[in-house]
Each structure stands twice: as C-alpha cells, then as structure tokens.
Design a protein around this ligand. Sequence first.
Ligand code: PMP
Length: 343
Amino acid sequence: MNNSKLPGITNGFCGSVGNTPLIRLHHLSEATGCEILGKAEFMNPGGSVKDRAALGIIEDAEEKGHLKPGGTIVEGTAGNTGIGLALVGHAKGYKTIIVINNTQAKEKMDLLRALGAEVRSVDPAPWSDPNNYNHIAHRLADEMEGGFWANQFDNTANRNFHFKTTGPEIYQQTNGEITAFVAAIGTGGTLAGTGRYLQQENKDIKVVCADPYGAAMWSWFTHGHTDIDDGDSIAEGIGQGRVTKNLEGLTCDDAFRIHDSVMIKMLYFLLEKEGLFLGASAALNVCGAVKQALVGGPGQVITTILCDSGQRYMSKLFNHEELAMENLDPDYKGLQFLDDLRK
Ligand code: PMP
C-alpha cells in the first residue's frame, strides 16, 4: 500500500524494486541493424536484478505463512540475492543469514556484512555434496526457530515475480515490438519468468539462453542433456549445471555459448563507448543479444538484462593484473571483437 498522497512517489524499498529503464545500446544497434536494448537492473534499489527475486520470494512466503514476524531469512547465494534479501529483510523487519562460497568477490561479502546480514563463508562443494552452500542454508533454516530458507533455485516465486513484473515492463517499454529476449541463467528465474510472459503475449517472440563456458544450459536447450563439463568462466551469479524448478517447462528457441574472451571486451566496450559500468553477466548477456542479432539478421528488437554494476567486481574485472592471470585481454579494438560472435 502506498500511503503517499504525492504522484510519482514509490513506497519504500519494496515499492522501488523494478520499473527500471530499458536502455538502447547505440553502437551495437547501429552495427547490427537491430534494436539492442538493455534492461537496467543495476538501477534497482539493492543494485541488481536479484532484488526482484528477493522481494518475490519474501512476499510469497509471507502470504503462505512460511515467514512470520520476527523470523529469519536464510539463503545460499553468490551475493546479489543476499543483498536483496538483507535489504528486503530490513524493510520488512526480518534478520538475514547468508551462506556464501569463499571463492566469491570480496566486495560482495564485505557489502553483505555492512548491510547487517550474518555471513557464513564456506568451501565450494558440488550440488551432490551435503556441504554444498545451498544444503547448508537449508539445514540451518530447518534447525532454527522462525527460520525460512529462501531456496531461490527451486522456489518458483522467483520466476513468478519476473513473470509479473520484468516481462510486462519489457513488453510495454517496447510497445509490444520486442522480437527476442536473451538472458543467462543463474537460478533461471529471470529467463523463465520473463520469457514465459513474453511467449504468452506473442508466441513469435524468441526466448534465447546465453550461457558461459563451464555451464550446462546451452547443452540442455540444444541437445536435451546436462552431461557437459568443459571450460570455465569468471562471471559470477550465472553458470548453471542442472535444470532448476524455475527452469522446468521452459522452452528456448536457441542458446548460445559465450566465451569470457569476448565477454571481457564487451564489458570494457560498454563502459568506454556507452558509459555503462557493468558486471560480467551483463556483458555476457549483451554478447548473447548481439549474437542473436547476427544469427537472425537486421530488423529485430532484442532485449537483454544488465544484471548488476561493475562496482561489485572492482578487484576482479577492473584489475588488469587479475585479468592477465586469467589470460583475458580487455582491448576490444573498435568493433572488431564482434567478429568473435559470428563464429
Ligand atoms: N547476473 C548476476 C550478477 C546474478 O547475481 C544473477 C543471479 N544469481 C544472474 C545474473 C542470473 O539471474 P537468475 O538467477 O534470475 O537466472
């Protein structure tokens, strides 16, 4: 409920999630003959697309009685969902405990602690291992009085919120003229929720997955299995190896694999030519949108997600020594680097 009598006022943190600008990426649009549009999710009040999932999951838990006044939100997260949950938690009066892999960028852990979340950093372990950070979070919530495990990967309140908000926003902002939606997958909430809404509005809108190396989603959508394990990526928050509940039932028209070597060039290109300071998943998404433009040809209206800001990755993505250690060269040499996406 919005108690303000003034027009144009949003209601607190929760009322300020979503309704982000849709930004035309000029150089890439001109170069491809398509409209390449980026949804500015880094402008959410918690700084990322995951504010939507956090709010959707908490509102749903309140409605279903899974989270009661004075309760504690517990989640395993790469960071952005934790940031969203900690802030939604403060706005609604819940404590937040975050379980995070100790390989994640230090900025995100520092930020979570500064925000007042209790952060438990753990060694990485695969999903099949009981010491995987998600399973630790699940057990912690179960053992705690008033604990609620947000379960962003398999709680479909995540994708439902994108279906209710991100999808309609993009459809309206493009005046229904969108022809393709491209996004990478962490939980799959963004791609599945937004994609399914757009497919419902117009079955001709293409839903396309952009996948980093080391993930299995490209294989899932193009070959029907997740039995693939090749390569790696420095992009955080994406790179899924299994079909989460959020992804179940989603059909994609196409899927592209994007190598970090072109993603990093796009990251610096977007900063220096468009003035957009972004994280790696956003750059990878834009690579996917350009690839869709090249595959489908001119005249398309392609939308993707600018997930979060580069500020969260200063020590990794904007540290040239770190990049050199990963054999990544940010020098994009005009638009020449787009040739890598034609292959
Ligand atoms: N980019 C970043 C930076 C993220 O933190 C996430 C979420 N883990 C994603 C992309 C992917 O979003 P989703 O979980 O909705 O698939």
